[in-house]
Design a protein around this ligand. Sequence first.
Ligand code: ADP
Length: 662
Amino acid sequence: MHACFKKILIANRGEIACRVIRTAHRMGMNTVAVYSDADRESLHVEMAGEAVHIGPSPVGESYLVGERIIAAALETGAQAIHPGYGFLSENPGFVEAVEAAGLTFIGPSPDAIRAMGLKDAAKDLMEKAGVPVVPGYQGSRQELAFLAEEAEGIGYPVLIKARAGGGGKGMRKVERAEDFADALKSASREAAAAFGDPHVLIEKFITAPRHIEVQVFGDSHGNVVHLFERDCSLQRRHQKVIEEAPAPGMSAAVRAAMTQAAVKAAEAIGYRGAGTIEFIADGSGSLRPDGFWFMEMNTRLQVEHPVTEMITSIDLVEWQLRVAAGAPLPLTQSEIAMNGHAFEARLYAEDPARDFLPVTGRLEHLEFPPEGRFDTGVRTGDVITPFYDPMIAKVITQGEDRETALSRLSAALDDTHVAGTATNAAFLAALSRQADFVAGTFDTGLIERELASLTVAVAPAEEHVALAAILALGIDPDMPHLGWRAFGEAFHDVRLTARDRAYERCLSLGKDGVMTLSGGAEPVTLAEIAIDDALISARCGAARRRLTAGFARVRQPGGLLVSVHLNGRTEDFLLVDERAGAAALVDATDAVIAPMTGTIVQLSVSAGDVVEAGQKLGVMEAMKMETTLVAPRAGRVAAVECKEGATVSDGAVLVTFEEETP
Ligand code: ADP
């Protein structure tokens, strides 16, 4: 029996830091968190036994500063460092520095990371080991004429890829020979900017591709096993959105071929720890044993590792810790079994209505349903800052078969209530019900093809507005007459705003205690209203249908935020505080409001300009993403309240419009 570590340091933040801490504690280890300024109050700091401040909020001054992290481990007496994913997890220089300091890196050797670090060298290595690789050219020559000839030989369409690439950067699909030169130029320019390495390789573009990857695990005694496959074909801009295990349509023959290839790949580099071999498979028909090719190896734990944990009942972090401490793998290949099916959806603070732009802001309410696994690093009241990845949680479900696990995923997404920031929850829920995905016949192009239907903007239902009005007005259903006018008609005018639109309604109270909201497309009647801390229910309409909604009420600087979660949709309304500052008082149709905290990179209007509805007024940048500022309506610009280069905060008034003359 190998003794495990007494104390480990987690060189990461967010959900993965929390995930690692949980297992370490279950195994009786002490934990040390590291944190930046922005993360002072964060969940991973609260969960860890100790925490060390490592610097300012930008990652380049904190989570990427290897020396600070190693010093923190030495100071606190931690014996080993878990890197999580991202940050320093695949940095061989960091691993060497950790080892030079007499500490253990919980992950592979620096040589293994280097061997897989560049796509071209990794492909060469895999080809020699007998692993199928995507046909293409991955040599050293980079002249245009030569590469164009190679592309011709491979046959169009081809994919140009940066050898140092990651996150889909430096990648260009080329359909026709005449477009090759331009695509090559822009791919290598992007690669040089992103990775400091313009070098590219050319690959056959696999049509109807599926991304299927195999989880492998090695120990320091020469054992390598696989833990089956994951399908990560649901991608947007080459980023994974929903993952599952096992892969739909996987036959025993294809699985045997793919998992054997993966084990061979890991053995070829003497791999230790958790790793993933990514394959691209031809998804144009049934999967074939000769229809998949090595793409790359990720030498770390993956974001989507929970789906493997769900089907194998193995805690992958526990295995990482044991293997790093020198123990052999806890199970042999024949002892590793697979049961049922699992899904993971990545819940993000981002706005599908604004091209999935990352959103910053306070999570005024965060509540997950009782069923399911929710890996998260945030809780109610935490702030999504512009410094880090805006993931809120991974929503993970399982079931005895794919259909059950998938319907649980839809339900878990429907029942997750996030107030205060926009999220992709409704998009994920729609995706989980998309016909081709449900049928298990999809490829990496599905989201792009179906984007319009997956992101249709749905206005809040009138029932949402009605419940929000009751909550905003603070009506006590047990004393419904309180606060209403004693004489004359019993009614309240209420004006709520949601997503830059105003909802002007009238709530009236009938003699029978039934409340009616009018002023919308159709009146809504509510009877038998009951409110407790977090739920509001009522009977609605002539059929007296019972509605139950989750809600949150939070005082914000501009007014009262009322969030209503009903029928799988969250709608946030603001009851504007009349005494609040100018920002809150400006009608959104009379102003352009900063959608997030960021920098104004360009402005193209001045006071007095007459603009069209939807006309571009400027560009803002936040979290390395640009967003266009557009006129909410036609009219004359009254004032421009910001300057190019200025930092503006979320909700700030940027441009105001002169009042419309009727
Ligand atoms: P990165 O390291 O930038 O993420 P990968 O090589 O992992 O790049 O590829 C990312 C995604 O691009 C894959 O999951 C797949 O959807 C697509 N892709 C990669 N190679 C090919 C190919 N040869 N043909 C078609 N699609 C590909």
